[in-house]
Ligand binder design. Structure first.
Ligand SMILES: NC(=O)c1ccc[n+]([C@@H]2O[C@H](COP(=O)([O-])OP(=O)(O)OC[C@H]3O[C@@H](n4cnc5c(N)ncnc54)[C@H](O)[C@@H]3O)[C@@H](O)[C@H]2O)c1
Length: 452
């Protein structure tokens, strides 16, 4: 047994796996409980749903609803978008039938529950409207104005935004109490996580109804308050930021991903970005360049990759090279050379990184942000953050989630490294006051659960 607390916490034993499994089970059960909302709250009936936007998310959301017998109309701005979306739904079901996971009559029944429309007036009869159009606040606000004018009183108006301000969306309507975030993950008919995002105005029965609907769809619903990226994407931002900084500081892409897969992730974060597309969020990032805080270091590697035509698997190159038709990432010596030159251009002296340091930078970025979210009341409990990570972000189950793992390592040890990173790398690493308080008091994140 090693005496290094980090190594010891990461080492896998039968007991440690059992403890992580027990934690994750308990955490998922706890996530369903919302303090202040009575268990006997009268739920709003959800019989008919309209999903606006027949893209990647809209189709999957419609399937999740049809799978539990709820009738659903999908709308889109264009005939082409609608047809493509509905075809994708049928293809997904067909593939389940071909694999023997669904029988043909069940598929027919589900497909029959999903209809298409180009007319926004479809929202008139809906008990629940779920907006899933492009990630653009002005577009979503325009749509919610229209929905507000058409939907019946008492209908729940949800947005599938990945992180926009749900308060600002609700504020354009005359019924902000009925507006809520319903953040599904991709592919929505498969992924278990549903982040339910309450605005400052969302009514308790709307929250209860959405949490219950999530459960009925076989998902784990976790409640979040409004914050850029909510719980999941807020932590993810810190995780990717550190992975990219580490690349600029001296680690090569396969070293970063190697450390993460050895830790237990099915894929490293850079390979995941190649899969999702390094161009995701390009316009938003570009637009934000002008207003960035000047007190910290920024990183533009994904924008640079996009500008170089390295969007990832779809270009057969990104952080890695891909042989046509093959998803296996291969090292690219030319790109690695470019990275070395890029560090030099930025005045960074590259240095070797141990797996341990790569992991600490990526994981502690999440833990520190998690502590901030707890202090701000964005996440209700540390275990909710773990649930988000275990069900939506592929966090290795054997480690029980980022907050559980931090307790295992010992918060004093985690804080000591964060303080060192703060000295070395500046403001991004400002220790979360809650983390400092817990260490001062000799407490764990788990001790905060006692409030439940
Ligand atoms: N793709 C993901 O991995 C993912 C995951 C979670 C959340 N989200 C969020 O879900 C939302 C949708 O993302 P997506 O990936 O499905 O996008 P997408 O580009 O695949 O689909 C968007 C669809 O909305 C349609 N549309 C645009 N304007 C419209 C309008 N005014 N009325 C009706 N339809 C309109 C488009 O024609 C398109 O079919 C975004 O807010 C996104 O941030 C995406």
């Amino acid at each position: 047994m090693t005496s290094d607390p980090f190594k010891a916490a990461l080492s896998i034993t039968e007991d440690s796996v059992k403890a992580a499994a027990a934690h994750s089970k308990q955490a998922a059960a706890l996530a369903a409980q919302v303090p202040g909302i009575r268990a006997d709250t009268l739920l709003r009936p959800i019989r008919k749903v309209v999903v606006i936007g027949a893209g990647t998310m809209g189709g999957g959301i419609a399937m999740s609803l049809a799978n539990i017998g709820i009738s659903c109309t999908v709308t889109d701005a264009t005939q082409e978008g609608l047809e493509r979306g509905l075809k994708k739904v049928r293809d997904n079901y067909q593939s389940s039938v071909s694999r023997g996971r669904l029988d043909q009559p069940a598929m027919d029944q589900r497909v029959a529950l999903i209809s298409g429309s180009l007319d926004m007036a479809a929202v008139k009869d809906a008990d629940l409207v779920i907006e899933a159009v492009f990630e653009d606040l002005a577009l979503k606000q325009k749509l919610f104005l229209q929905i507000d004018a058409l939907a019946k009183p008492g209908a729940i108006l949800a947005t599938n935004t990945s992180g926009l301000d749900v308060n600002a969306i609700g504020a354009v309507t005359k019924r902000p109490q009925d507006v809520v975030g319903a953040h599904f993950f991709s592919p929505a008919h498969v992924m278990k996580l549903l982040e339910v995002v309450r605005s400052d105005a969302t009514a308790p029965d709307v929250i209860a109804t959405l949490m219950d609907l999530g459960r009925r769809m076989g998902k784990t619903a976790v409640l979040s308050r409004v914050y850029p990226g909510f719980i999941g994407n807020a932590l993810f931002r810190n995780y990717t930021r550190e992975a990219h900084f580490v690349v600029e500081d001296g680690a090569l892409p396969h070293e970063v991903d190697g450390a993460l897969t050895k830790f237990g992730y099915a894929m490293g974060v850079l390979a995941v970005q190649d899969l999702a597309g390094n161009d995701v969020g390009y316009q938003t990032r570009k637009a934000a360049l002008a207003t960035r805080a000047t007190d910290r270091r920024w990183n533009d590697l994904t924008m640079k990759l996009t500008d170089m035509g390295r969007r990832g698997q779809k270009d057969n190159k990104g952080w890695y090279l891909y042989a046509p038709g093959d998803r296996k990432p291969q090292r690219d010596p030319e790109f690695e050379q470019w990275l070395v030159q890029e560090s030099a251009r930025m005045g960074i002296t590259r240095r070797p990184f141990s797996e341990e340091e790569i992991l600490k930078r990526c994981l502690y970025g999440m833990v520190n942000e998690g502590a901030k979210l707890l202090e701000l009341g964005i996440a209700l409990r540390p275990s909710d953050i773990d649930t988000v990570y275990l069900t939506g972000y592929g966090f290795p189950a054997q480690h029980g989630g980022p907050m559980f793992l931090a307790d295992r390592i010992g918060l004093a040890n985690v804080l000591a490294d964060i303080q060192r990173f703060h000295t070395e790398h500046g403001v991004w690493w400002t220790p979360a006051p809650l983390l400092e308080k817990l260490v001062r008091e000799g407490k764990t994140f788990a001790s905060l659960q006692a409030a439940d």
